[in-house]
Structures are given as C-alpha cells and as structure tokens.
Design a binder for this molecule. Sequence first.
Ligand SMILES: Cc1cc2nc3c(=O)[nH]c(=O)nc-3n(C[C@H](O)[C@H](O)[C@H](O)COP(=O)(O)OP(=O)(O)OC[C@H]3O[C@@H](n4cnc5c(N)ncnc54)[C@H](O)[C@@H]3O)c2cc1C
Length: 411
Amino acid sequence: MEAFDVIIVGAGHAGAQAAASLRQFGFAGTIALLSEEPDLPYERPPLSKDYLAGARSFEAMLLRPAQFWEAKEIALKLGQRAVSIDPDAHVLNTDGGQAISYRSLIWAAGGAARPLSCTGHHLAGVHTVRTRADADRMRAELDGVQHAVVIGGGYIGLEAAAVLAKLGKSVTVVEMQDRVLARVAGETLSRFYEAEHARHGVTILLKTGVDCIEERDGKACGVRLADGSVLPADMVVVGIGIVPSAAVLLAAGAEGNNGVDVDAFCRTSLPDIYAIGDCAAHVNRFADGAKIRLESVQNAADQAAIAAKSILGAPAPYNAVPWFWSNQYDLRLQTIGLSAGFDLTVLRGDIAARSFSVVYLRAGQVIALDCVNATRDYVQGKALVMAGARVDPALLADAAVPLKQMMAAGA
Ligand SMILES: Cc1cc2nc3c(=O)[nH]c(=O)nc-3n(C[C@H](O)[C@H](O)[C@H](O)COP(=O)(O)OP(=O)(O)OC[C@H]3O[C@@H](n4cnc5c(N)ncnc54)[C@H](O)[C@@H]3O)c2cc1C
C-alpha cells in the first residue's frame, strides 16, 4: 500500500497552500496532493472574471509554477477522487481502487456549485461556474449566445453578468430576494450594484423565482419564471451558492452538517484529520463567535497555514480577519471583516463618484467595510475591524479624515 506522511484531499486554494506551507515551515516528510480535477492547482476567482472574459490565460492562473511541485517533492495525484476514509486504520481509498495510508490527512475538498433543482436544470446551455472545465464550457458557447439569464444575484452571478454584458450579450439577472448581494452586504451596496448593472444594460429582476428551464432541440432556450413569463436564453448561468464537499468525511464519522466542524487549530473530530477552506465550519471571532464557513481565498490560505502548523507540532489558533474582493466592470470592491449582524452603516465618500466605502457597526464597534474603488479605506480600515474600534459615526462619515487617524480615537 502506498503511504504518505500527509495526504491532502483537494488541490484548490486551501489544499495547494497547505502543501506549500508544510514545506515552507520545514516539514520534511512525504506529502501527496490529491484532486479529482485534472489540472495543476489554479486560482478560482478569475473563472467568473477575466478568464471568462478571455482576458487571462489558464497558465496565468496557476497557483504555483508547474515545476514547484516537483521541486518541493509534493506528489500530485490529479484526476483522482477520495471516496472513503477509514479513520482508525488511517487509510484513504480512491475511485481508482487505490488505498493510501497516511499519518495526517488534510481535507480541503471545497464545495460543488449548488445545482438548480427545477425541470430543465440538466439541459445543455445551463452552466455553473466552479471549475476551469465549467468556464471552458461557457467560453466555447459564447459566440452563439445572444440572450443570457443569470440565476442568482450574488458575487459570482453578478461578475458573470458583468462579463457577459461587456461581451455584448443581452443579460438578465433573476434574484429571489428583494436586492442583490443580500446575503453578504448591506442595502447601500446592493442598490449601487443594481444601478451599475442597469447602467450597463443588464436587467435585474428582484423578488423573482424560477419555475423551470425551457428546452428546444435538447438545449436550454428560455427561463420560465414563477409568474409564468418566459425569458429567452441561449445561456443560463446558475450562481446560487455551493454545497460543501464533506460527504466522505462525514461518512467516516466526522462531526458537522454544514461542512465539517473544526476547532481553532483546524482539527476535525477524527484523529489526525484536519479540514480547511470552503468546507470547514469554524467558530470565527469576526462573526461574533458564530460557527460559519467562509468561502474566500483568504480563509483557504490562512486555514492552510494553521493546519500545517498543527501537523508540525507548533499549533496556533486561527484568528485571521476575513477579506474578500469582487471585480465588476471597472469597479473593484474590497471587503474587510464580516458585516452580518450589523446594526448601523455609515457611508464614506461619494457614491456618484463611484468611489466610496460602507462602514458596518454592531453595538458601536466597527465590524466590516465594503470599499468600492477605495483601496485606502480598505487598507486603513483593517486595523479598525481587528480592534473592533468604537468610532463616532459622524467622524467615520468624514471622508476627508483618513481611517488610520481614527484608530487612536476609537480603539
Ligand atoms: C467563480 C468563482 C469566483 C470567486 N471569486 C472569489 C473572489 O473574488 N475572492 C475570493 O476571496 N474568493 C472567491 N471565490 C471563492 C474562492 O475561490 C474559494 O473560497 C476557494 O477556492 C476555496 O478554496 P478550497 O481549496 O477550500 O476549495 P476549492 O478551491 O473548491 O478546491 C477544492 C478541490 O477539491 C476537489 N475535491 C472535492 N472533493 C474531492 C474528493 N472527494 N477527492 C478529491 N478531490 C476532491 C475539488 O474538485 C476542488 O478541485 C470564488 C469562487 C468561484 C467559484
């Protein structure tokens, strides 16, 4: 039986970084990185941004140069899926029938795009955007697309809508909630992005449900809405979140329901098994101590380092401040902190000038900032979020006063 000191399942942002961090921190044992995707580890965010637009090559998305893995003696096992784990025997089984033993296992399996469940969800022309293969399928069809319907007004849906609109497609976004980005941002940001998309010719339908995808010649040709009306669509993009990939680990006895539960050191309830990235449910102090999963590159990379340190016997608790970004049109949104649970928002800057920040407060403390074309606020706001600073809202609103000057007053 093949044996590794560490086997990492999933070669996305979290898994690839875990392997790199182990080596960076001096781990000399054997490491295998197993992934069901056939590609070298790559960045996922460009899939709904410049890669989809055809403005970035796949090579430019690689997380590390191809030779890195060999140089660092990290065995890549690509195109292989972990199907079961025997946690007592410390053995993992792959879909190719291989059994691999390990001393430590890092589960970094991310999530799969949540599919639609309505009639027609399997038709050709209906896409999710999670993998390179997904984006390649979309790109291959783009020339023949006139009408695109995006289901879901979250970041991925809106980014895809922006790319499609810039490519000259007629685009409609269908959102069930009464505003876009409802899960992740306050109303100011939602209304701003709705207006920006409208300005670029994108139609946004709010409080609108989908009944089914209509078919012609085995292919999607329209989206029937809950009110019976039909939007013509040669392409349907579904951006309604992910399902964390945790079934194998849960079947092996790990605790969790929304992903896999981990402690501050990324340890699961199973011996010598860690979980990191999109699939790891953890208590996060920036979420007011709630147990959450974060779907971000920051979380994937930071938890990877935590798991590596735990394996090296130098454990350090996960305590990183969340950050995130989204690119749509010429707008660069940068988010620091988590806004869920805010009870007050303060606007800094000028929405009309398309450069502003929304500061979120809870019980008088700064918990997050959404900064649109306002990188200085993003950089300087980090200290306020980390400290949970108490700053007079009137001062926060004064864009002439840099946020870094508010630290002394507010911490
Ligand atoms: C289109 C898109 C745009 C995004 N934009 C941003 C952004 O702008 N900013 C940001 O911070 N985040 C963004 N994200 C989120 C970010 O990419 C994820 O948070 C990050 O990729 C999570 O890393 P991960 O390693 O946990 O999971 P993933 O990157 O999903 O990697 C998991 C890997 O494990 C593999 N796998 C799953 N199950 C198994 C198994 N049983 N056996 C073997 N392999 C398996 C999967 O195929 C996958 O390759 C975006 C995501 C997408 C899809």
